[in-house]
Write a protein that binds this ligand. Structure first.
Ligand code: NAP
Length: 675
């Protein structure tokens, strides 16, 4: 008998005491593995995640979590051959597997990098700025994100057994949540192989990742209001999950990525022979055939101007005729098999439904010429192109989850927008046009129905990642029929897992709670200039208050001449007097900032290594010749870099004039040695 897939539960590999259901090779029909979760204790898994995994992850700062994700990505990338071998058995070609396997590892790398660059080296994230709630500034509001002490359950579809898991695992882990992964049965053997590598590497803290190989029955029963479910799959299953009492009444958060009738619109400006015409045709064919069309983002509806409908159909058909189908391991094969014979039957049924209002113009769903494969044993299907008029209902309703697409013709741009919207909410849409006016009209028209829109033309084609590829830094999800979920999106995807809370408190309390100095909080000025302190010695609130300095007309003239910034407000008394904001010569804002640096600096070599920028610079009150400025610099945030001998220090800078009015405010960003 072939291997029985195991679950990784509560710190050990669990093997069910039952035969399990056979999982068949999509290409040969041979048994690959067996699957059952008979006897698996789901409550023990959620307890383990909450008691062991969650606390261990939340001990770590975002940066430390990101470093582990990067380490994991490197570890997994080092040895991929056997995963590719296994992936052939799902029906995937090498190119398909690249999207799933390398795409999954790439997503880990991307989240690791985002975690370090865009999240603090802390366990709390600030959302937005301070809200002043009282006149005196002693009562403020600050939104914060904290990690929930729950479990992130991830129920995945069969089509991306590796990427589908990793794109959910990475943001959940960064957010401080342990994951329980439930892969779709059909391709669970590939997910299991990757989870084995993750667990045996020991890189992630125990309890951060558990695997449920088998039935998810009862899983939602053991979840509560701190837990979440990220589901990818059919709208039908999503409906069952939405109706679960723990989702309806128990506060379990459900995020759904369901089926989607994505479209690609060919702009009314495009003519046969234009580069955009070929881009459109290539895009449709690629989306129909990569992963044998089993992609949630694949183009199911090609919406084209009626006047060139025939030409478009001919061009797509001509390209499809070159697509070779068969054994995905054969180098001459462009399209492999669907994931299972059952899946092939589903697609055939969907094509039959589409034929109620569309006619097949390429391909035969019952017959396909194969390379090195047996049509009786493998789940093969020819690409099928259909054609329909603008009023056909089925193409906007039936999802053929395979190599199938329908060309639909439109007369006006408004009608193209209306057709796109008839998909009732999609993950992604493409618009292929070289006309900026068309781009604006169509994108603004269809955006409310889409999670992502690709505008493709000759200018971005070479670098474009294509219609179908979700990217870790962009939101993946869509409204309505597509489920209403939002996965990925870089740090947005991380924050999605966290709780946002408005905290109302005094400045000192907010400083203590957030770990970031808040305007109005205590400052500490001692005899040691903060530029003499290493990262280990610096404390939030350490400050320097400068001596005063008068800004003279000679300073302003000198700066104007020296830099070449002879803008009239600094050089022409008459014109400056007529300026409604200044009423006379004023100092350059950059002069003020430069003088401030001269006032707060401690010039000798020391732990401060570099200034790498300023944030949020605002000039608030004009500085006139004769005014006297002073600057106060306060340590606002200290961020040690995990893999360097230095860290970042953010300083709050306030320049005031002789009346105490703020002249300029900004954050100074420096790199400071750890010791
Ligand atoms: P599915 O039948 O809905 O299965 C999806 C997942 O849900 C599988 O892991 C499945 O496990 C599990 N499941 C089934 N019944 C369940 C229940 N009662 N409670 C909890 N989990 C349950 O979908 P599929 O046929 O595998 O996937 C194809 C569909 O997914 C297509 O419609 C496609 O559009 C959609 N999809 C969407 C996206 C997206 O990002 N929006 C991505 C990929 C696919 P078992 O396999 O063990 O039954």
């Amino acid at each position: 008998m072939t291997a029985l897939l195991e679950s990784y539960a509560a710190g050990r590999w669990f093997r069910a005491q039952a035969d399990g259901e056979p999982l068949l090779d999509a290409v040969t029909g041979e048994e690959v593995a067996r699957l059952t979760s008979e006897g698996l204790d789901l409550r023990q898994m959620t307890d383990h995640a909450r008691r062991v995994g969650g606390p261990a992850i939340r001990e770590l700062t975002f940066h430390q979590r990101a470093v582990l994700i990067k380490e994991l990505a490197k570890h997994l990338s080092a040895d991929k051959d056997s995963l590719y071998e296994l992936s052939y058995r799902t029906g995937a070609t090498k190119r398909d597997s690249l999207v799933d396997i390398d795409g999954g590892f790439g997503t880990l790398f991307s989240f690791a990098s985002k975690g370090v660059r865009e999240l603090p080296n802390d366990t709390v994230v600030l959302d937005g700025g301070l809200e002043r709630l009282g006149r005196e500034g002693t009562f403020l509001g600050q939104h914060i994100y904290t990690s929930r002490p729950g479990v992130a359950v991830q129920i995945n579809a069969f089509n991306f057994p590796v990427w589908g898991m990793l794109e959910k695992l990475a943001p959940a882990f960064l957010a401080g949540l342990p994951s329980i992964v439930k892969p779709a049965s059909q391709t669970a053997y590939l997910t299991e192989a990757v989870v084995r590598r993750i667990i045996s590497s020991g890189i992630l803290p125990e309890g951060s990742l558990q695997l449920l190989s088998g039935s998810p029955r009862g899983l939602l029963d053991v979840l509560d209001e701190q837990d979440s479910v990220a589901f990818t799959g059919s709208a039908h299953t999503a409906g069952i999950l939405r109706n679960h009492p723990n989702v309806q009444h128990g506060g379990v958060r459900l995020q759904v990525e369901a089926d989607s009738l994505n479209c690609s619109i060919l702009g009314p400006d495009v003519r046969p022979g234009d580069p955009e015409f070929d881009l459109f045709v290539k895009g449709v064919v690629s989306e129909m055939t990569v992963k044998a069309g089993q992609k949630c983002t694949a183009i199911r509806r090609a919406i084209v101007p009626e006047a060139i409908g025939d030409t478009v159909v001919e061009a797509i058909a001509a390209r499809l005729a070159k697509i070779t189908v068969g054994n995905p391991a054969d180098e001459n094969v462009r399209m492999g098999a669907l994931a299972s014979l059952g899946q092939r039957d589903e697609v055939r049924k969907a094509v039959e439904s589409l034929r109620n209002s569309a006619e097949i113009v390429f391909g035969d769903p019952t017959e396909v010429k194969l390379i090195d494969a047996d049509a009786e044993r493998g789940a093969f299907l020819s690409p099928v192109l259909l054609r329909a008029g603008a009023d056909a209902p089925e193409p906007h309703d039936v999802e053929p989850f395979g190599p199938v697409s329908t060309v639909i013709t439109y007369r006006t741009t408004a009608q193209a927008i209306e057709l796109a919207a008839r998909g009732k909410g999609s993950l992604v849409g493409s618009l292929v046009t070289h006309d900026p006016a068309v781009a604006r009209q169509v994108v603004l028209g269809v955006a409310p129905w889409h999670g992502r829109i690709l505008v493709l033309d000759r200018d971005d084609a070479a670098e474009s990642t294509g219609h179908g590829s979700p990217l870790p830094m962009l939101v993946h999800g869509g409204p309505g029929r597509a489920g209403g979920g939002e996965e990925l999106g870089g740090v947005r995807g991380v924050l999605h897992h966290m709780q946002r809370t408005a905290v109302q408190a005094s400045p000192d309390m907010l400083t203590a709670i957030t770990g970031r100095w808040t305007t109005g909080s205590k400052r500490v000025v001692d005899e040691v200039h903060p530029f003499r302190k290493s990262l280990a010695e610096l404390k939030i609130g350490d400050a320097v208050e400068s001596a005063p300095r008068q800004v003279t007309l000679a300073d302003i003239d000198h700066f104007a001449e020296f830099t070449g910034d002879t803008f009239y407000a600094h050089t022409d008394p008459e014109a400056a007097a007529a300026n409604p904001l200044f009423g006379g010569i004023v100092a350059h804002g950059y002069l003020v900032v430069s003088l401030a640096a001269g006032l707060f600096v401690e010039p000798n070599p020391g732990p401060v290594l570099a200034n790498f920028g300023v944030d949020g610079l605002r000039f608030l009150t004009p500085v006139k010749a004769g005014d006297t400025i002073t600057v106060t610099l306060t340590v606002k945030q200290i961020t040690p870099r995990t893999n360097a001998e230095y860290g970042e220090v953010r300083w709050d800078a306030v320049v005031t004039n002789q009346d105490g009015d703020p002249v300029a405010t900004y954050d100074v960003l420096t790199l400071v040695a750890k010791n």
